[in-house]
Ligand binder design. Structure first.
Ligand code: NAD
Length: 509
C-alpha cells in the first residue's frame, strides 16, 4: 500500500530500489508492446527536482517514433474496438488491480520525478486505480444509444470508438492525470498514443508496463517520450490520430488546435486556471480557512483547480488574512519522501524561477508579500521554495491575473456580493470557483453567475467521478467524467428505419 504507512527511510529505500534501473539503462518508448529506443537514437536527461541528481536518460521521440506508434495504434484499433465490452472491462479492472499492487512503487517514483510529496502521491496512485475501475465498469454499456421513434420511422443511436487517439499530459500529477484520460479512451474501445510531459516521464512508463502485464494487447496503449515541440506536435498532426485529449497550459492548447486543424482533429482541452475562492462574512470561517489553505498549498500549488485567488469580505479581511498567514507559516516544506512534508521541491529549476519571480512582481505592483517559515530540509541544488501569501492585492495585478502554478496565494478584499462576482469573473480563466457562505439563496446566485465549469459551495475540490470536469473561457474545451468522457472518445451514429410506407416525394414524373 501507498502513503503514510511507510516511514521516510522505507520510502527512500524503495525509491533507490525502483529507480536504479532508469539510471542504468535508457528509458525507452513502448510501441506495439515493445520497448524501443528512438529511431534516430537521441535521448534527453531527466533530473531530480530534489537535488538535481541524475534520474537517467529518456528516449527523445520525434516524427518517426510517433509515426510508428500511431501505425501500431491504428493496426490494433479494429480488434480492440470490437472486443466485447465485458472483456475490456476485465482487462481494465486487471490494470486497476496491478496499480494497487504497485501503488507504493508508483508513489515514490512520482515523488522523486516531480517533487510532489508522499502525503499526496500515495492517494494519487490509488486514485489512478479508481479511474481505471470507474471506466472499466462502464465499458460494456459504452456503445449504448437511444431509441427516438416517430410515427413512421424508428430512429436509434449507437456509439463506436472514434479511432486511435493521442493523449498529451503535463507534469503536475502525471500518473493520476494520465489514467484519467487513458482509462476512458481504452474503455470506449480507442487505442492510444500517450506523450507524457518531458519533466516527469517515469510513471507513464510504469503505467504502460502495467497495462501490458494486465493483458492489454500490444499496440492498444503506446507511450512515446519527448519534447512538446517535436513528439507532441507530430502526434497532433498525425493523420491516423483522430482526436487529441490534452491537459496543460492554455497557450499550448491553442497551439495544438492550430496544429490539428489541417487533419480536423477533435480536441478536448483541460487547461489553466486562476480560481477564486470567495469567503463571505457569514461563512464557517474555520472550515473556509482549512479549505483555502489545502487548495493552494497541497500538491505544491501545482494544481489546475487550486484556489489561487482568495476573495475575502471586507469585514473579515484582516482577521482572515492573519489566520491564513499563521497557518501557512506552520506548513512543513521538505523532502518529498518524508511523510511529514506537505510541500516538496517544484518540478524543474525553470518552474522554480517562474514561481519565485512573482515575489518581485507582487512587490512592484504594490502588494505585501508574506513568506512561509515552515521547516525546510532542502538538499543543495533542489527546487525548493517557501510558500507565499500576497495580501493587499487588487484584481488587476499580475499576481491576480496570471497562473503562478506554485504555493502562492493572492488575497483580495471585496465589499458585497456584486463586487465579489465582478472580481471573480474578471480573469481570462474559468475552471473552478469556490463559495463560502451560509446564505442559501446567495450560494445559488453565485453558483449560477460564476463563469466557471465547476463550483464547490462550502467545500474544497471533492471529486465524484460521474460528474463533469472541465472549464470555460481559457480553461478548456469539453468535459470529462461519467458519460461525458465517452462522448469525446466515441462517434454517435443515428439509424433511421422506415416502419411503414410513409410518403416519398416523387420528382420527375
Ligand atoms: P504544458 O502545456 O507546457 O505541457 C503539457 C504537455 O504538452 C507536455 O507533455 C508537453 O510536452 C506538451 N506540449 C508542449 N508543447 C506542445 C505542442 N506544441 N504540441 C503538442 N504538445 C505540446 O503544460 P505543463 O507546464 O506541463 O502543465 C501545467 C499546466 O497544465 C498548467 O497550466 C495547469 O493549469 C494545466 N493543468 C490543467 C488541468 C485541468 O484539468 N484543467 C490539470 C492539470 C494541469
Amino acid at each position: 500500500m501507498a502513503g503514510p504507512t511507510h516511514t521516510y527511510e522505507e520510502n527512500q529505500a524503495a525509491a533507490a530500489r525502483h529507480l536504479a534501473r532508469f539510471t542504468e539503462q535508457l528509458m525507452p518508448h513502448i510501441i506495439n508492446g515493445e520497448q524501443v529506443a528512438s529511431v534516430d537514437g537521441t535521448s534527453f536527461a531527466n533530473q531530480s527536482p530534489i537535488d538535481g541528481s541524475d534520474l537517467g536518460e529518456i528516449a527523445a521521440g520525434d516524427a518517426a517514433d510517433v509515426d510508428a506508434a500511431a501505425k501500431a495504434a491504428a493496426s490494433a484499433f479494429d480488434e480492440w474496438a470490437d472486443t466485447p465490452g465485458t472483456e475490456r472491462r476485465r482487462v481494465l479492472n486487471k490494470v486497476a488491480d496491478l496499480i494497487v499492487d504497485n501503488a507504493h512503487r508508483i508513489a515514490v517514483s512520482e515523488c522523486v520525478d516531480t517533487g510532489q510529496t508522499m502525503r499526496f502521491m500515495g492517494a494519487a496512485a490509488l486514485r489512478g486505480a479508481d479511474n481505471f475501475r470507474f471506466f472499466a465498469d462502464r465499458a460494456p454499456a459504452a456503445a449504448d444509444g437511444q431509441a427516438l421513434p416517430t410515427t413512421d420511422h424508428l430512429n436509434y443511436t449507437s456509439r463506436r470508438a472514434i479511432g486511435p487517439v493521442g493523449v498529451i499530459t503535463p507534469w503536475n500529477t502525471p500518473f493520476m492525470l494520465s489514467t484519467w484520460k487513458i482509462a476512458p479512451a481504452l474503455a470506449a474501445g480507442c487505442t492510444v498514443v500517450h506523450k507524457p510531459a518531458e519533466w516527469s516521464p517515469i510513471t507513464a512508463h510504469l503505467l504502460s508496463e502495467i497495462a501490458l502485464e494486465a493483458g492489454l494487447p500490444p499496440g492498444v496503449l503506446n507511450t512515446v517520450h519527448g519534447m512538446g515541440e517535436t513528439a507532441g506536435k507530430s502526434l497532433t498532426e498525425h493523420p491516423d490520430i483522430k482526436a487529441i485529449a490534452f491537459v496543460g497550459e492554455s497557450t499550448t492548447g491553442s497551439m495544438i488546435q492550430a496544429q490539428g486543424a489541417p487533419t480536423l482533429k477533435r480536441v478536448h482541452f483541460e487547461l489553466g486556471g486562476k480560481n477564486p475562492v470567495i469567503v463571505f462574512d457569514d461563512a464557517d470561517i474555520e472550515r473556509a480557512l482549512d479549505a483555502v489553505i489545502f487548495m493552494i498549498y497541497s500538491l505544491n500549488g501545482e494544481r489546475c483547480t487550486s484556489s489561487s485567488r482568495v476573495l475575502i469580505q471586507e469585514s473579515i479581511y484582516d482577521t482572515f488574512v492573519g489566520r491564513l498567514a499563521e497557518k501557512m507559516a506552520a506548513i512543513p516544506v521538505g523532502h518529498p519522501l518524508d511523510p511529514a512534508s506537505v510541500i516538496g521541491p517544484l518540478v524543474h529549476p525553470r518552474h522554480c524561477e517562474k514561481v519565485e519571480s512573482y515575489r518581485a512582481i507582487a512587490e512592484r505592483d504594490g502588494a505585501t508579500v508574506i513568506d512561509g517559515t515552515g521547516w525546510v530540509d532542502a538538499p543543495p541544488g533542489g527546487n525548493f521554495v517557501t510558500p507565499m501569501l500576497f495580501t493587499n492585492a487588487r484584481n488587476d495585478m499580475r499576481i491576480a491575473q496570471e497562473e503562478i502554478f506554485g504555493p502562492a496565494l493572492t488575497a483580495i478584499r471585496f465589499a458585497d456580493e456584486a463586487d465579489a462576482l465582478a472580481i471573480a469573473n474578471d480573469v481570462e480563466y474559468g475552471l473552478a470557483g469556490y463559495v463560502w457562505t451560509n446564505d442559501l439563496t446567495r450560494a445559488h446566485r453565485m453558483a449560477d453567475r460564476l463563469e466557471v465549469g465547476m463550483v464547490w459551495v462550502n467545500s474544497q475540490n471533492v471529486r465524484h467521478l460521474p460528474t463533469p470536469f472541465g472549464g470555460t473561457k481559457r480553461s478548456g474545451i469539453g468535459r470529462d467524467g461519467g458519460d461525458w468522457s465517452f462522448d469525446f472518445y466515441m462517434e454517435t451514429k443515428n439509424v433511421a428505419i422506415a416502419t411503414g410506407r410513409h410518403p416519398i416525394p416523387q420528382l420527375g414524373g
